[in-house]
Design a protein around this ligand. Structure first.
Ligand code: COA
Length: 169
């Protein structure tokens, strides 16, 4: 398995992840299909400039166009502070096979070696057992429940943090 930067050709994977009701059940429901080309374009630019790390999870390096999902690390402002946040998604046919956990671990290892991201936050929905399992088993610390706004919707989440240099297990 490897992580590679998002590319223009990943529109189909974005549509399957972000416009699908089952994939988005814990993220407030599917997003409109028509926004996906521009979303991928923005993400390719951000990944290229290095402000955000937007990686596709590739199960087999011999087939770099086949993606299992995505894991992203980006800086942004909340109401109270400037934070680094990590998020992830795995397509249905690849779920339950360790790709989510391994992809998150690989990105946290890159962040640890890079050093600029500091404390990293994650906000999986309280109902998302697998995502909360990823946080728990990689060494994130739980800070309790919190409402967050994602794509204009308010979600009930668990707030987790990890410092990849000292906490990653
Ligand atoms: C949540 C998601 C990313 C998990 O990815 P995955 O590759 O299926 O998960 P993994 O196989 O790496 O498993 C991660 C951990 O969760 C556990 N797990 C996996 N599926 C689970 C489930 N349905 N219920 C409970 N635990 C589960 C695994 O046992 C593992 O824990 P362990 O290391 O202690 O054994 C994926 O299911 C997904 O993308 N779902 C839809 C979109 C989404 O919810 N995105 C995240 C929003 S916060």
């Amino acid at each position: 398995m490897l992580l590679r930067d998002v590319e223009y050709g990943d529109v189909d994977a974005y549509v399957r992840m972000r416009c699908d009701p089952a994939m988005m059940v814990d993220l407030g429901g599917p997003l409109p299909r028509e926004g996906m080309e521009s979303k991928v374009r923005r993400d390719v630019q951000r990944a290229g400039s290095g402000t955000d790390w937007i990686k596709m999870i590739v199960p087999d390096e011999a087939e770099p166009d086949v993606v299992a999902g995505t894991v992203t690390l980006w800086p942004h402002d909340t109401d109270v502070e400037h934070i680094s946040e990590i998020g992830w998604m795995v397509l249905p046919e690849f779920q339950g096979r360790g790709f989510g956990k391994q992809g998150v671990r690989m990105l946290l290892e890159l962040a640890r070696d890079d050093g600029r991201w500091g404390l990293i936050h994650a906000f999986p929905a309280t109902a998302n057992a697998a995502s909360n399992g990823i946080c728990r088993s990689l060494g994130f610390r739980s800070l309790g429940e919190q409402d967050v706004t994602f794509a204009g919707r308010v979600l009930r989440t668990n707030h987790w943090t990890i410092h990849p240099r000292t906490d990653l297990t």
